[in-house]
Design a protein around this ligand. Sequence first.
Ligand code: ADP
Ligand code: MG
Length: 615
Amino acid sequence: MADIIKLLPDHVANQIAAGEVVQRPASVVKELLENALDAGAETIKLIVKDGGKVLIQVVDDGLGMSATDARLSFSRHATSKIQKAEDLFNLNTKGFRGEALASIAAIAHVEMQTKPDTEELGTHLRIEGSEIIIHETTVTPKGTSIAVKNLFFNIPARRNFLKSNTVELRHITDEFHRVALAHPKVAFHFYHNGSELFNLPADNHRKRIVTIFGTRTNQKLVPVEEETPIVKIKGFITKPEFAKKSRGEQFFFVNHRFIKSPYLHHAVVSAFEGLIKSDTYPGYFLYLEVNPASLDINIHPTKTEVKFDDEHSLYAIIRATIKHSLGQFNVAPALDFDHDPNLQIPYGFKDRSAVIPQVTVDAGFNPFQENRQGGFATQTYKKQSAHWENLYVGMESKLGNDDTGSSISYESDTITGTIFEGEKESPETVTTTFQIRRKYIVTTIKSGMVVIDQSRAHQRVLYERFLKNSTIKGAVSQQLLFPLTLTFSTSEIGALQEIEDILVSVGFIFEKIEGESITITGVPLLVAESEVGMVLDQLITDYQQEVIGESFSHTDMLSKTLAKTLSVKTGEVLDRQSQLALVNDLFACTESMTSPFNKPVYITITENDIDKKFI
Ligand code: ADP
Ligand code: MG
């Protein structure tokens, strides 16, 4: 039989390798920024067009390359950073594989200009799909500029797979943040489509964090510092009250390299135990220094996962250090870290006193009666109820009475019809609700009982209201007596600007959005002034995490976010009136069975089901 195994030509091998190294424009950004840092740059410029699909350029003032090195840098396994296997255990550079430039050049049009300080003239290279098109001497300043154009031009499948420019830009920005946070002593400039997104002068860690995430971050930070024989820890955590519902501002750096480590993340979160709600996460920026020999960064080609020699000790040290910082800065009880039952209560409910359930039986009341006063009048189960009812008066006239709740009740009849089959003859049996474990509302029906998840039920109610408010009737706003000014980071402001139109469509009125602050003069009808900050935070996060995606209806996603943010939560005590109102409103919804996030809202248990348990 003839030999059939052949070595792949270089450009094919490079393309294959590229699949691993370059997943999207952000991967190119990471590799180029890291090369610039490895070259000892003091100032790095990142220029991006159309989410990196058209252009990614990195200009540095580092070492530069000789003509030969410039050409060689695009060969696979060509690196100046290690020479022998042992060097892997003493790495002080970001790169070491010598794969990045070769991979990038295999799948894009690359233009490089480079000059070492010592030379008069520099080198200009153009490579398209691994093929050298131009190689000439040129006049260029000291350092290196690499421009990567038309990424994946020769792999249409990959190109088509890229997300929208906005989404790709977000990934690039994340990558940029990681690199810039790890190297505060290096100045960075970041431009997208001609406008400057970030201008970061050389600074200390704290100032770098604040310049990136906005001035209001400063007050959130608590310093962390510890030195032990295995690790040196420096950095910041955010105060517990600033814990967020979303992951986001969580950064571990090991020897100036951003890493992901679910295990160490757990160490941080566990140090906050009892201080933050279980579904929120603290922010942190932790810089660890360990002996390079105790660290294996080789386990993943994109190098964000690492392996430590002594992970268990590291875990314990991080946890203890953070607890210590939390204690020192008076954000936690200093002496008793271990068990304070008060702290087991979710943070927001700590100082609230329990409410004795009022079980007054109102025999004449029937939440399922059809001639209620329309869906909106029963809004009593939030703390701001009185306030809201006033608002309702205005809205009712705005909406026009003909439509108030009538379409809704029509729908609700079908729903109630199905679950409360046979109830219609004797509806007076439903008179009482109970709240159990501050989580469920139980009400009886003739055939048995319904158990309602209070939070999901309220989400459903609010969701349909927001949807109706913004789509059917146009936005109904509530003017604020005094304009409200809130501060955000530049990237948050950017996100807000991108969704401004949608926010306006649900009733936000912005007077101005500039610098780091926005001024709001009107908010949607169902949002209380005190909740605006929280609502916007959540909206930005959802938008940034692509929850508010492009293919979906914006108003739909927005209504979901608002509903999620503003709904009564598990753990909140509801008085009887609120419970009844909630049950009422729920069954007035078009789709009361599922939450806006497709989770079941209630279950029914029939007498039969109960009987079976007693056999
Ligand atoms: P690695 O960084 O793993 O060595 P790369 O493919 O990223 O591999 O780069 C190959 C080589 O090209 C580097 O080892 C370095 O010598 C050179 N190089 C790349 N970018 C620059 C730059 N911006 N300035 C100076 N030299 C660079
Ligand atoms: Mg590199």
